[in-house]
Design a protein around this ligand. Structure first.
Ligand SMILES: [Zn+2]
Length: 420
């Protein structure tokens, strides 16, 4: 045991330890343990809250653990009131047939900012590795994961600033450069100089020059530190889950419309309908045809109901949109969807007008879509003027619910809305 302590640095506290013995040599072993002050234990015992036995655990034995997990989740669900909202969101997006992959990317890449469990668990495992290599926790636990994820770590742990030498040269490099496969960095240094063999192959010639440009390790400069890659060779002495997640996930191109859909003053319910519209995932007539349903525009009677027709080629929709946004946009209302969305994302309006335009856009989209659904389910029929009034009221409700203080820069939002 002393030898074990010397090698591993782990000392055993006899007072806290028990010994479990089986087989034919039980008695001498227990006697020896007693001499060391370690008491004999009997299986099963509980270790980390779980029964420790020589057999595989049964479902019943797992129950206390599953109960605890269930309890935690319930508490968490009660804490997050918006959980129900999120669930609804996920359900409705699935109904709208948006691929899960598309939801699981950040808002600026056109997704809903949901994180894939697969990546989250990987980030968690990597944080464990970080804790092990930066010696921030004991060596217990996570060692197996460490081996599983060795590949992922390779990309994150720096050896020289261009990456691992072996990844650059391949196995032949060890021979060409005269450095053993298991050599440490200090072994490639003699008398404060890199001692790397020069080679006539052009590829190695360049590599040799690159190595020579690297600063030579020097004891005087202090101890080695372990760094984590935060993004493109930006190494920091701490771990960051968000940055790690960003590096392992599959990225998509950023979209220009994200700030027109998601913004502080927006209503999440409205933003979501606009998001579906931008992705052309609302169940308009042209999309329903695939399911064998034939339906024209319920607002004007046009034969084809497409996203672009409803927003705002349709005379009904365009009249509503124009009445609400014409003055605000400086006579720039346009029946074309793409033009409207582009104008929303890039215009040179005053900041408050910009906000109001985004707000009235999402409120209009939402209420037009609601009106369309009301007609589809025969539960109502509003005229253009009625719809405009409903949208105006929704706008005023939203602005007053923002409750900007008297000295806030957006405090005049309501007044501006009355003006336009
Ligand atoms: Zn129409």
């Amino acid at each position: 045991m002393d030898q074990f302590a010397r090698i591993s640095g782990l000392h055993i506290n006899a007072f806290k330890s028990s010994i479990f013995a089986s087989g034919q040599t039980v008695t001498p072993m227990l006697n020896e343990a007693e001499r060391l002050g370690i008491k004999a234990g009997k299986l099963p015992v509980r270790y980390l809250g779980m029964p420790l036995t020589t057999k595989a655990l049964s479902k019943q034995e797992y129950e206390p653990l599953t109960d605890q997990v269930r309890g935690r989740m319930l508490a968490w669900r009660n804490k997050c009131l918006s959980y129900a909202g999120r669930l609804q969101l996920i359900k409705s997006t699935h109904k709208a047939k948006v691929a899960w992959e598309d939801l699981c990317c950040p808002l600026e890449e056109g997704g809903l900012g949901i994180r894939k469990l697969h990546y989250s668990s990987k980030v968690f495992a990597l944080s464990l590795i970080w804790r092990i290599i930066s010696k921030k926790s004991s060596m217990w636990g996570g060692c197996k994961k460490f081996l599983d994820l060795e590949k992922a770590v390779k990309a994150s742990v720096a050896s020289i600033s261009s990456g691992r030498l072996i990844d650059i040269t391949g196995a032949v490099g060890t021979c060409y450069l005269g450095i053993a496969r298991d050599a440490r960095v200090c072994e490639a240094v003699t008398q404060a100089q890199w001692s790397v063999r020069r080679h006539r192959i052009r590829h190695f010639h360049e590599l040799h020059a690159r190595i020579q440009r690297e600063p030579v390790p020097d004891d005087q400069q202090g101890q080695d530190v372990i760094l984590w890659n935060h993004s493109d060779d930006n190494f920091k002495p701490w771990f960051c889950s968000a940055r790690t997640w960003d590096q392992i996930r599959q990225k998509k191109a950023t979209v220009l419309w994200n700030k027109s859909v998601w913004f502080t003053q927006g209503v999440p319910r409205f933003s979501f309908i606009v998001w579906l519209a931008v992705r052309n995932r609302l169940s308009t007539g042209d999309r329903m045809r695939a399911w064998g349903i034939h339906q024209g525009c319920l607002l004007c009677g046009e034969r084809d109901e497409t996203r672009d027709h409803v927003f705002f080629v349709c005379p009904y929709s365009f009249t509503v949109w124009d009445k609400l946004a014409n003055r605000l946009s400086g006579n720039r209302t346009d029946p074309d969807w793409t033009t409207s969305l582009q104008f929303l994302s890039a215009n040179n309006l005053q900041i408050m007008d910009k906000i109001l335009l985004k707000m009235v856009f999402q409120t209009t989209i939402y209420h037009l879509w609601q009106e369309r659904n009301r007609r589809r389910h025969q539960t109502g029929h509003r005229t253009v003027d009625q719809t405009v009034r409903v949208i105006d009221k929704a706008m005023r409700n939203r602005i007053s619910s923002l409750r900007y203080r008297a000295d806030h820069k957006f405090t005049g939002l309501m007044q501006r809305w009355f003006e336009v």
